[in-house]
Design a protein around this ligand. Structure first.
Ligand SMILES: [Zn+2]
Length: 360
């Protein structure tokens, strides 16, 4: 069982725990050892704790007092129904969930063959080595870009829309949209596969930007991504036709402001009735915190390789984690939904469309 470290209660006002500790006659250090492992029951009582890792590290763990199964706040969850993937599928199928928010990360793109440019051994990483980047992240730093845009455009050439095809996970979200049950998809990916799968741009929040549009770094003139394609593919730095400044695709660099649509989360998350989190480690802020932005009673489904974010440290009985390969997880959900046939039709049409586009 975890207790809140009383020495900082003054600032946190979590007096409930302070009273508890004094009632038990526990001193702050006696029999207590520190840990960063949070306790779900405590967290549900301190909602603000869910957002703040520093806050979490202030918990202390008591190895002697936790013997029983009862939590700090009494009672157990034995009589609470733990939601399952089947429950979620049923609620989607019966249209009880009509405002689904999806959050996705790189894990939904890797099945399309998108390389992780940070992984040594991936062709892209090796490609970038020739530019002598001081560190991998420099490629997304605006100051470095001004000094040397070549590595970024090498990455752009690799990721430019059209090089890769969306996979089953993208089409599943498209199908959710076609059925009128998608409220919004928040993606960390910059590969544009969501758009290629036919998810309309207004249903998308591309939190880390997009190659679909671009802006002159000098005069701020807007460009379409397609206008840059030829230069990018030929390995040239695209220049503004007005001022000859470098045109930068609208990918969000470190230190740059998030795109305006990102802030629609303020509207979307409070009215969402289901949150699906797919293929993300939920490590990059502020994206990661969004997972905690839905109402407490809202079902959250994680389809991911690992248990991450609030699913691991502030899980609710309405949370479902489908761990393992992301595509297999989505397939399982699709089968429970009975949407297999429709998804296959959609993917086939999408594939045909994509191959036509490529032939043009
Ligand atoms: Zn310009």
């Amino acid at each position: 069982m975890l207790y809140y470290k009383p020495s900082i209660l003054n600032v946190c006002r979590c007096c409930f725990t302070a009273k508890f500790l004094s009632r038990r006659g526990l001193s702050t250090t006696q029999n207590l050892s520190r840990t960063n492992l949070p306790h779900q029951k405590i967290l549900t009582h301190f909602p603000h704790a869910q957002k703040n890792a520093a806050f979490l590290s202030q918990f202390i763990y008591c190895p002697t007092a936790c013997g029983g199964t009862r939590g700090l706040f009494g009672g157990s969850r034995d009589n609470v129904h733990q939601q399952t993937l089947e429950d979620i599928a049923e609620n989607i199928r019966e249209r009880k969930f009509k405002r689904v928010v999806v959050m996705a990360g790189a894990g939904i793109s890797t099945p399309s063959g998108i390389p992780d440019f940070r992984s040594p051994g991936s062709g892209l990483y090796d490609n970038l080595q020739q530019y002598n980047l001081p560190y991998a992240e420099a490629i997304f730093e605006i100051n470095y870009f001004r000094h040397n845009p070549n590595p970024f455009f090498a990455l752009a050439k690799e990721l430019y829309p059209g090089n890769y095809q969306p996979n089953l996970t993208h089409y599943f979200i498209r199908l959710l949209h076609d059925k009128g049950q998608l409220l919004r998809m928040y993606t960390q990916n910059i590969d544009g596969l969501e758009r290629m799968a036919g998810i309309p741009p207004n249903m998308l929040v591309e939190a880390h930007g997009t190659f679909a549009t671009a802006t002159c770094t000098v005069c701020r003139r807007d460009y379409k991504g397609e206008e840059l394609r030829k230069d990018v593919m030929e390995g040239k730095i695209p220049k503004c036709s007005t001022c000859k400044g470098v045109i930068k695709p609208d990918i969000v660099f470190f230190g740059e402001e998030l795109p305006q649509p990102f802030f629609s989360y303020l509207r979307d998350f409070p009215i969402a009735d289901l949150l699906i989190v797919m293929g993300t480690s939920l490590e990059v802020e502020p994206f990661a915190s969004l997972a905690g932005a839905v109402r407490g009673s809202v079902s959250r489904l994680l389809i991911n390789r690992d248990l991450v974010g609030p699913f691991s440290w502030a899980s609710r009985h309405t949370d479902v984690a489908e761990l393992g390969d992301v595509v297999s997880g989505v397939k399982k959900l699709v089968e429970l939904l009975g949407w297999k046939q429709e998804l296959e039709t959609l993917m086939k049409a999408g594939g045909d469309e994509a191959s036509i586009n490529m032939e043009e």
